[in-house]
Design a protein around this ligand. Sequence first.
Ligand SMILES: *[C@@H]1O[C@H](CO)[C@@H](O)[C@H](O)[C@H]1NC(C)=O
Length: 231
Amino acid sequence: MGTMWRVATILVFLFGLSLGCDDNDVAAYKVTVRTLWSEETFPKDYPQYRPRAQWSQVFGQSHNTSYALFRIGETARPSVRQFAQTGKLDDLVDEGDDEPKVYDQFSAPAIGKGVGVTENMVFVNGEHSLVSLMARIIPSPDWFVGVDSINLCVDSSWVDEVTLDLDPLDAGAASGLTFTAPRWDTTPPEAVFRHKPRHPNHPASGFYYPQLRELPTIAKVEFTKVTTSRA
Ligand SMILES: *[C@@H]1O[C@H](CO)[C@@H](O)[C@H](O)[C@H]1NC(C)=O
């Protein structure tokens, strides 16, 4: 057993060295968020003015497996609910600064229309190779798009490029059904959930498209490896 363990350790070590996301190896990724919230694709109640359809800043973090920014099916913490409801980042940033499970934090500029693109960079290392991010849908009670823990180190190697399709999520913090509903706090908050054509199953619901099986993709995020180095 002892020998097996040592052999396994040496193999993992060699593999890590040759392929490059060993614990201390650092990689930089460009994060590009493309939003696809057009009136053509999402005609129901498409917000035209005060405010017209747009997006908050994107906020993201790299972290290890002991940490989640948010998780579908779990109640979001207050800083996440606040960002989803108001677009305010201060508490999230402060918490992240103090959190040893978080390696890097970034934000990308807001997009003033439903359809647009924004980008920034994120640093990951072998011990913190997961990335999560969020952007608030404006106007909305507490809806957002997000990524929970995409791993950029796969089979001991940094992923070159990966693109994810994003769906609208609900932070469970406010109970309005429509984009412009007055914001009633949900007390206690509910778990984060994914909007679907019939969920919430109410004709007033902003993403209610009973004739569709799935919602069109409302945003995409692309991670592109830019540099890697050995610390
Ligand atoms: C994540 O990071 C924290 C802080 O450094 C550490 O205590 C924890 O063990 C790490 N989790 C894993 C799975 O390595």
